[in-house]
Write a protein that binds this ligand. Structure first.
Ligand code: GLU
Length: 506
């Protein structure tokens, strides 16, 4: 029976989820979906200085807002719970003990200051700063006496002095030469928390906890950023020490900013929530990120007609590790904007409206905020459906909606000018009369009326269309008038025309 794919996204909760993290989460999620496997979310919070419960909440919220739901995780639970590393101390303590028992690890009493001073000294001599082995030679008895007398020790893993080769799904064979990694800490020295004192170990380090969990949680594939490649040397040593089978590793190329420098806030590395708050749709953001460092192996024919605009299902079907690229990917904000504009048109109007709602409800424009309280959801969807065609971001829609919410807006000078003169007057008089005479103002009815008004007032082209547009919408540009008037309805349109005539044509 084929093995069931299990992959994980294992963030350290140090703040908001940034685009690089979203991409890793997405690749794992697509891979799980493609193979009918499971996506596990694991919180790696063993660095308690940087990882806080508040940050964890922020991060979980960000994952939810992207619409990606793990199969197992701190909120979902699962057969391999707990999924938060700080809740797994007993498991780590047991595994540390196994290594201590086999003399594959030893207590280390060197203080952080000593280690850091030796490190500095090695760097000054242009040497790789490896642990110098001070505590490696202590006898078990000596170490245990020092611990009994109250000294605190971290646990250090004896790094074997042999070559390791990683067969990476993206990078091919990666060699880690013997001697490039010194003995490394797998747990920090215990702090005063009750649990740490009782278990006799401090918080595990990332490399140790990660391997223990990846093994116990049955991970089949580790898909993560290339920045973890150098950690993998230490991780391979731990797999080896426990005689555990290796999962498959795929280290994805880094994402560079548009200036080809390391991704930072300045060149695109905002949090996912920043992009959503700016008015990007999660669907567009995810589709965009999927193509950042990945390309489908064969030419696709997606429903959208565009080779890079794929539904989540199409993406999952197309995704494979072969398509992950070695070269760094460049974050192109213009492309993301383009992608968003496509999604504004492509998604069902209901979905765009749902995503747009908060921008309207929290708009700085008072008429929009107040208007939102008076309309039905159905009307709101129709309005968004009308406005979305001409815009790139959801956040642009409230301003564009003023033409629908404000019945007597202030006109600009050019619009006022366009209403002057006998032709404009004749157009609006005829328009008002014709609209008054119909029971309902549909697009077709309106087009008929417009034609009829042109004939009766003997004007055409701009001279006909401009006064009509300005009188009905209050602006000289915007979506097609024939689509706006049915949304306003007959009586509001009449009110607007009358108001315009009284104000500017009497
Ligand atoms: N916790 C690590 C991080 O947030 C990820 C580790 C991994 O994927 O192995 O960078």
């Amino acid at each position: 029976m084929a093995e069931i794919v299990r992959v994980r996204y294992a963030p350290s909760p140090t703040g908001h989820l940034h685009v690089g993290g979203v991409r890793t989460l997405l690749f794992n999620s697509l891979f799980a979906k493609k193979h009918g496997g499971k996506l596990i979310l694991r919180i790696e919070n063993t660095d308690q200085q940087r990882s806080t419960p508040e940050h964890e909440q922020t991060l979980l919220q960000d994952v939810i807002s992207l619409g990606i739901t793990p199969d197992e995780g701190p909120d979902q639970g699962g057969a391999f719970a707990p999924y938060r590393q700080s809740d797994r101390m007993k498991i780590y303590a047991d595994h540390v003990q196994m290594l201590l028992d086999q003399n594959l690890a030893y207590p280390c009493f060197c203080s952080a200051e000593t280690i850091s001073a030796k490190r500095e000294a090695a760097l000054k001599l242009s040497r790789t700063p490896l642990y110098d082995g001070t505590c490696a030679k202590l006898s078990k008895e000596e170490s245990s006496n020092r611990i009994k007398s109250g000294e605190r020790a971290g646990i250090r893993f004896r790094a074997p002095n042999i070559d390791f080769v990683l067969k990476d799904e993206v990078r091919g064979s990666v060699e880690f030469k013997a001697g490039s990694v010194g003995d490394f800490l797998i747990t920090r020295s215990p702090q005063s928390s009750e649990e740490e004192v009782a278990l006799g170990i401090g918080m595990p380090t990332y490399n140790f906890a990660c391997v223990v969990d990846d093994h116990l949680m049955g991970m089949t594939h580790i898909i993560r950023g290339e920045d973890h490649l150098s950690n993998t040397a230490r991780q391979l040593m731990i797999y080896d020490a426990f005689h555990w089978d290796l999962p498959k590793f795929a280290h994805t190329a880094m994402v560079l900013g548009s200036d080809r420098q390391k991704l930072s806030k300045r060149n695109g590395d905002a949090g996912a929530h920043d992009y959503l708050a700016q008015g990007y749709l999660k669907e567009a953001l995810l589709n965009f990120l999927a193509f950042l460092g990945w390309h489908p192996g064969s030419t696709l024919t997606p429903r959208s007609g565009h080779p890079e605009i794929l539904t989540p299902e199409e993406l999952a079907a197309a995704f494979d590790l072969d398509g992950l690229q070695k070269a760094p990917a460049v974050f192109d904000l213009e492309k993301l904007r383009w992608m968003n504009a496509q999604y504004m048109r492509l998604l069902p109007a209901e979905r765009v409206a749902e995503a747009a709602r908060s921008f309207f409800e929290n708009s700085e424009i008072e008429s929009v905020r107040l208007g939102m309280k008076l309309i039905t959801s159905e009307w709101f969807v129709r309005m968004v459906d009308l406005l979305r065609m001409d815009h790139t971001l959801l956040s642009e829609l409230p301003l564009a909606s003023r033409i629908l919410f404000e019945d007597s807006p202030a006109l600009d000078e050019a619009s006022k000018q366009a209403l002057l003169g006998p032709e404009s007057k004749a157009v609006l008089i005829a328009l008002e009369a014709a609209i008054d005479a119909v029971p309902e103002l549909t697009s077709e009815v309106f087009l008929g009326i417009q034609k009829q008004v042109g004939v009766s007032a003997q004007v055409k082209g701009k001279q006909l269309f401009m006064p009509i547009r300005i009188a009905t919408t209050g602006a000289s540009h915007g979506p097609e008038v024939k689509n706006i008037v049915p949304l306003l309805g007959k009586s509001r349109v009449l009110k607007r025309i009358r108001h315009t005539r009284e104000q500017f044509q009497s």
